[in-house]
Design a protein around this ligand. Structure first.
Ligand code: HEC
Ligand code: HEC
Length: 384
């Protein structure tokens, strides 16, 4: 079997698995491939002898699921994930501050645990992803998990998932990767924690009992997602990772379109626009983090602006070496040795990706259109 274990202990799938799964995918009629078809990739994974739990652990830890699904607590060195509550979502007993009055441009607020989120959608709470049977995913099937992320609906068919769950990025993960994440999530300690129901925004239409407010237009079904591109084609592999992880969710500016927030594609991955005003430091009013449509973030660290990841030589990553990029994600410093990167850049998670994945991400970022955009320097916290 063509499977190797890389230096960091993660599993690299060989081409035999890929070909097998592609053949399986071909036999499934188009359209049905995304829906409730049997999980063909599970068969492929079993046949390959790959360990889905180890693969899933890698994907969940390095994919930043903990950032929102594990509550932050205050440790000796500032905020740190409370691993006694690993991936168990917003703590049921935790009171959430009153809805904040947000000065423009701020649109959303998160508690300092990063588990409760307030915005135009009302208030959402991150879900319990542990295998507790009553309050977590203990009774879910792998297919329900895949359908949840692909369709953005609870168990694939229930109520629409609210922001900020990045399912529109994660739906681009291949079946084998989603199935592996689920296998890992089913293997972690079950934690009993009944996450509160979402709170609709003031004045929202009240849905009939048991029904949800009509969802926005469902995204087009995705097909041919059986397997992820391999490292044989680093640019394709990197594009896969950047899309599925959702780097653009923070690094691409958004604008309010007729159907809600939409990416400004001419500014893809180019960070906070230099043409926009630099927002002042807002009062946090008991909340931990504020976000805006154009990618600025406020918190105890002041105001941070998502960086320009395009290959523009002067304002983006055009002059960076691959090693500087790897070092930045591994130790959270600009080019590996400059200033410390501010939240919410999830480098502690992404830095756990193996060299081959990080190199693939860099290879892809070199191919996106260069956008000249000098992102503003961070604003220091008030009083500093
Ligand atoms: C930016 C914050 C954020 C990140 C990062 C995030 N989630 Fe979520 N997730 C949420 C929120 C908020 C909800 C609850 C949404 C709701 O109630 O509609 C949620 C809900 C879910 C659900 C639905 C549970 C249910 O009962 O329907 C699943 C499954 C899920 N997340 C898995 C993941 C996985 C896997 C990852 C990492 C690959 C991840 N999430 C990363 C915020 C996040
Ligand atoms: C939750 C939001 C968020 C996500 C998701 C995110 N980033 Fe960032 N990123 C930021 C912010 C904010 C900064 C700026 C931090 C600062 O100025 O200290 C940043 C900075 C960076 C930098 C440092 C640039 C420099 O000049 O030092 C790199 C590199 C980077 N991000 C790469 C990525 C990649 C690759 C991904 C996807 C795998 C990604 N980011 C996903 C928010 C995010």
């Amino acid at each position: 079997m063509n499977m190797t274990v890389s230096r960091s202990g993660t599993i690299v799938f060989g081409s035999a698995v890929l070909i097998g799964a592609v053949l399986v995918a071909r036999t499934i009629p188009l359209g049905a491939a995304v829906g409730r078809t049997p999980l063909a990739t599970t068969v492929a994974l079993q046949a390959s002898g790959a360990d889905p739990v180890a693969r899933g652990a890698y994907l969940v830890k390095s994919g930043a699921c903990n950032d929102c699904h594990t509550p932050l607590k205050t440790g000796d060195n500032g905020p740190e994930p409370d691993m006694t509550r690993m991936l168990s979502g917003h703590p049921a007993e935790l009171a959430v501050p009153a809805v904040p009055t947000l000065p423009a441009p701020w649109l959303s607020a998160a508690t300092s645990t990063l588990t409760a989120w307030s915005g135009p959608w009302g208030r959402s709470h991150t879900a319990n992803l542990t295998p507790d049977r009553e309050t977590g995913l203990g009774t879910w099937t792998a297919q329900q998990f895949i359908d949840t992320i692909r369709n953005g609906k609870h168990q694939g068919t229930g109520r629409p998932l609210l922001p900020p769950m990045p399912w529109e990025a994660f739906r681009h993960y291949a079946d084998e990767d989603l199935a592996s994440m689920f296998a890992y999530l089913q293997s972690i300690p079950a934690i009993r924690n009944k996450v509160p129901e979402p709170v609709p925004p003031p004045g929202a239409p009240v849905p009939p009992p048991g029904e949800a407010v009509p969802p926005p237009d469902a995204p087009a079904p995705l097909t041919a997602l059986r397997t992820a591109p391999t490292h044989g084609d680093p640019v394709a592999r990197g594009k896969y990772l950047v899309t599925a992880i959702g780097c653009g969710d923070c690094h691409t500016p958004m604008t309010m379109g007729p159907k809600g927030p939409a990416y400004v594609m001419s500014r893809m991955l180019s960070g906070y626009p230099s043409s926009s005003p630099v927002p002042a430091n807002p009062a946090l009013q008991g909340w931990g983090e504020f976000g805006a449509l154009e990618p600025a973030f406020a918190g105890a660290w002041g105001v941070s602006f998502a960086a320009n990841l395009t290959p523009d030589a002067e304002t983006g990553l055009g002059a960076w070496t691959e090693q500087q990029f790897l070092d930045t994600l591994r130790n959270g410093r600009h080019q590996g040795r400059g200033r410390q990167l501010l939240p919410p850049m999830p480098w502690p998670a992404f830095g756990q990706k193996d060299d081959a994945d990080l190199k693939a991400i860099f290879a892809y970022l070199r191919t996106v259109p260069a956008v000249r955009n000098k992102v503003p320097d961070p604003v220091a916290p008030a009083g500093k």
